[in-house]
Design a protein around this ligand. Structure first.
Ligand SMILES: [Zn+2]
Length: 248
């Protein structure tokens, strides 16, 4: 890191759990953020402000007026633009040190595989089960840590699947494919704006902890947030030895 970087990230470096080696790991990292919407917005903003070296931002959608209530990467002027391009401009203003690569598509197959292979950590900030399961399969294949978040109405969830260790559970162990409850989309159900900020910020926190190697990530624990009562609880879960995705 140069002098400007040491100054910019000094409040991280002051933390003994992060210090120079942890911040250097953050600066050297590549983080894949899938979805530049409600969760991806705050997640990408904290990852960029904290100094992640390369952010791969993936989303095929354009900014819609109904997004602006919570998707804080985007502004009124951005309506109609690709979310990844609007997001890249916002992130560049926050921290020009972070290189943002845009993937203007709903990541699937080879493109998903290639992006996951490059990532130090993957953040699932998408809004549908098909993508969640595809991302999980790619993370299991490449043994990449996956930070998953979800939010709808006043309810949020966060968990970490640290697939660098084969003994840790994957997303499919917790939410087997086919048993997915009916998809509850923000477009239909509504979503409390700051809840996406809470969940996306928690995802950024878990990702930075994984990269810096500090603290105890939410591995084998599902954090459940009730935004109405503001009760937070964690539920433990284990690996499914018969999991169709991660069992050998
Ligand atoms: Zn599994």
């Amino acid at each position: 890191m140069n002098d400007d970087q040491l100054l910019r990230y000094s409040r991280h470096i002051l933390l003994p759990e992060i210090d120079v080696p942890g911040q250097q790991a953050i600066v050297d990292s590549t983080v894949l953020v899938i979805g530049a919407g409600g969760l991806g917005s705050p997640a990408a903003m904290y990852l960029a402000s904290a100094g992640v070296g390369t952010l791969l931002l993936a989303d095929g959608d354009t900014v819609d007026l109904t997004n602006l209530q919570r998707q804080i990467l985007h502004t009124t002027e951005g309506v109609g633009r690709l979310k990844v391009e609007s997001g890249r401009d916002t992130l560049a203003r926050m921290n020009p040190e972070t290189r943002v690569e845009v993937l203007a598509e709903r990541l699937e197959d080879a493109a998903l595989d290639a992006a996951v292979a490059r990532a130090t950590v993957v953040l699932d900030c998408c809004d549908n089960f098909a993508t969640r399961h595809a991302v999980n399969r790619a993370c299991v294949k490449h043994r990449k840590p996956l930070v998953s978040g979800a939010a709808v109405r006043f309810d949020g969830q966060v968990s970490v699947f640290d697939l660098r260790e084969a003994t840790n559970p994957c997303y499919h162990c917790l939410f087997p494919e086919g048993e997915d409850v009916e998809e509850t989309r923000c477009a239909v159900m509504g979503i409390f704006a700051p809840l996406t900020g809470i969940v996306g910020s928690l995802q950024a926190a878990e990702a930075l902890k994984l990269i810096a190697g500090c603290g105890e990530p939410l591995v084998g624990r599902l954090l459940i947030i009730d935004g109405l009562s503001m009760n937070l609880r964690t539920v433990r879960y284990g690996r499914d030895p018969a999991c169709a995705v991660c069992a050998a």
